[in-house]
Design a protein around this ligand. Structure first.
Ligand SMILES: Cc1cc2nc3c(=O)[nH]c(=O)nc-3n(C[C@H](O)[C@H](O)[C@H](O)COP(=O)(O)OP(=O)(O)OC[C@H]3O[C@@H](n4cnc5c(N)ncnc54)[C@H](O)[C@@H]3O)c2cc1C
Ligand code: SF4
Length: 500
């Protein structure tokens, strides 16, 4: 086997951006990925293929807290979930890094402040070619550099709704988006972006912005169809010596001085727990017993405002509302964020509500204006990933719903005042795993966290976990840009220390 400085396990945002940064700074990296490449093909933009046949989804089942099997809707492929993401690239707000009182508890502080991550947010936005303009967003944190590109403009029907919100005293702002709609890009702002892979490779995702530039350095190899079964450690449990992978049916042991686990929150914690051995009886990185715990995923509700007018918008995901993020006069606690969804199509509705007749789904989609509310769920040690006979078990009890329900109530009213008299809501909390985070939390105290503030495992100094697992709190914005920013920060730390 070739010699590598670092083995990165998983090629989503965390793994891909770490591999890119390390290799661009001279390190030799092997990326181990359980899936393959998502082909660019006509099926990418087909609602029946993507939503009914679920062609690109992993055939994986987990157990819930009652030991019932469910389909977690995971994506195992090069680029991870970002091949299918909505490309909304938000920074956490400045206060999200501090301890923040909620109606039902306190969201814990991060081990560093926003200012420490801010320069890496600037870089992550550049890497992902983010379009945006946050001067109307009163919660937006200070930024070192402007957005790389101006905002993606709202189409007329969405702009009319935005004007109505402004008339109501609200401050809608453009959604920061990682699509290649810059002058040199060829993104056509189509209606099959959010939830679909991009047929023409213009979504700025972990493959196009992380894996491909990493491979272009010539210092990176990508091993696909390689499932990491467990990490092997020295007898005293103090160092990781190898990762055991099932590579297309053959078991291999891969060695390197440094390991980065980036399998997303549930699979990273499952890998660490599966790796328990005599020197690591509770699992790797887990003397604190926090691995798998504090699972978070956001409290989420989809809203569809219906009017008699047809909504002919093609690229709809262009607006956000942060007016209620930290509360208002009537409810003093954080409520969260509203953002637009990609334009829902009839087939997407009937795929998620099986008893709905297709003519009804089509009709609603033609007249509907689609939003999603995201609110912070709090890190509860009992919301956790465990292994049950080798299978992943995800035990979750909802928390902190008051603020979320207040958010949904306010948004319903705003939509009704904007000319959408009927507003249908659908709670997305059951088994939605898209924004999973928090299961291998970082902190300043090895007794209550698994990772230090640079994502290094307290217990095994040659191991890093760089993906959505590290979040101490979930905040109420989409996680990908924060994962990318912290990946850059952690990779620079690796280059300055272990690989100096
Ligand atoms: C439909 C959808 C829409 C979303 N929209 C947005 C959005 O608009 N904005 C946003 O910020 N976020 C969005 N998200 C969330 C975002 O995509 C994730 O937060 C982010 O991709 C997580 O990055 P990660 O590196 O932690 O994991 P992932 O991106 O999931 O990558 C993990 C990788 O590890 C691999 N892997 C897992 N286990 C193993 C193993 N044992 N061995 C080897 N490889 C393994 C997986 O195949 C995968 O490639 C969305 C998610 C979904 C599903
Ligand atoms: S063309 Fe643009 S809008 Fe359509 S899927 Fe690709 S990146 Fe998204």
């Amino acid at each position: 086997m070739k010699e590598y400085d670092v083995i990165v396990i998983g090629s989503g945002v965390g793994g891909a951006i770490t591999a890119r940064r390390l290799s661009e700074r001279g390190a030799r990296v092997l990326i181990v990925e359980r899936g393959g490449l998502v082909p660019r093909e006509p099926d990418n933009w087909s609602v029946p293929t993507v939503f009914f046949e679920k062609k690109y989804k992993a055939r994986d089942t987990w157990l819930d807290r009652h030991d019932n099997s469910f389909d977690p809707g995971m994506f195992y492929n090069v680029g991870g979930s970002t091949k299918f993401y909505g490309a909304a690239m938000f920074r956490l707000r400045e206060q999200d890094f501090e301890a923040l009182a909620h109606r039902r508890g306190v969201s814990p502080a991060w081990p560093y402040r926003y200012a420490d991550l801010s320069p890496y947010y600037d870089e992550a936005e550049r890497i992902f070619g983010v379009h945006g303009d946050d001067h109307l967003d009163k919660t937006a944190p200070p930024r070192g550099t402007p957005f790389p590109y101006g905002p993606v403009k709202s189409e007329p029907i969405v702009e009319r709704m935005a004007q109505s919100f402004r008339n109501q005293g609200l401050s809608p702002s453009p959604l920061p988006l990682a699509v290649n709609a810059a002058p040199a890009g060829t993104c056509i702002l189509c209606r099959t972006c959010d939830g679909f892979p991009c047929k023409i490779g213009q979504k700025n995702d972990a493959e196009t912005c992380g894996v491909e530039p990493a491979l272009a350095t010539g210092r990176v190899d990508l091993m696909t169809q390689a499932f990491a079964r467990r990490l092997l450690t020295t007898p005293d449990g103090k160092r990781v010596t190898a990762v055991e992978v099932d590579h297309a049916g053959t078991v291999k042991r891969l060695q390197a001085p440094l390991f980065v686990v980036s399998c997303n929150a549930v699979n990273s914690s499952a890998l660490l727990l599966r790796s328990a051995d005599t020197g690591t009886p509770k699992g790797v990185a887990n003397s604190s017993d926090v691995v798998g715990r504090h699972y978070m995923v956001h409290n989420q509700t989809a809203l569809m405002g219906l009017s008699h007018r047809v909504n002919s918008t093609v690229f709809q995901k262009t607006l956000a509302l942060n007016d209620w993020y930290f509360g208002d006069n009537a409810f003093r606690w954080p409520m969260g964020q509203m953002q637009m969804l990609g334009k829902l199509q009839g087939g997407m509705l009937t795929a998620s509500v099986p008893y709905m007749p297709s003519f009804l789904g089509d009709r609603m989609a033609r007249h509907g204006m689609d939003w999603i509310g995201l609110s912070e769920d709090l890190p509860d040690p009992n919301n956790r990933v465990t292994l049950n006979g080798g299978r992943i078990k995800l035990s979750v009890t909802l928390n902190n719903m008051d603020g979320h329900l207040e958010l949904v109530r306010r948004m319903k009213r705003a939509l009704q005042r904007a000319g959408y008299p009927i507003v249908i809501t659908k709670s997305l909390v059951a088994h939605a795993t898209g924004h999973q985070c928090g299961t291998v939390r970082m902190g300043n105290d090895p007794g209550t966290s698994a990772l230090d503030p640079f994502c290094r495992a307290w217990n095994q100094q040659n191991l890093f976990v760089i993906d959505a697992s590290f979040f101490p709190s979930s905040a109420a914005v989409n996680p990908a840009l924060t994962i990318a920013a912290q990946a850059l920060r952690a990779a620079d730390h690796i280059m300055a220390t272990d690989l100096a």
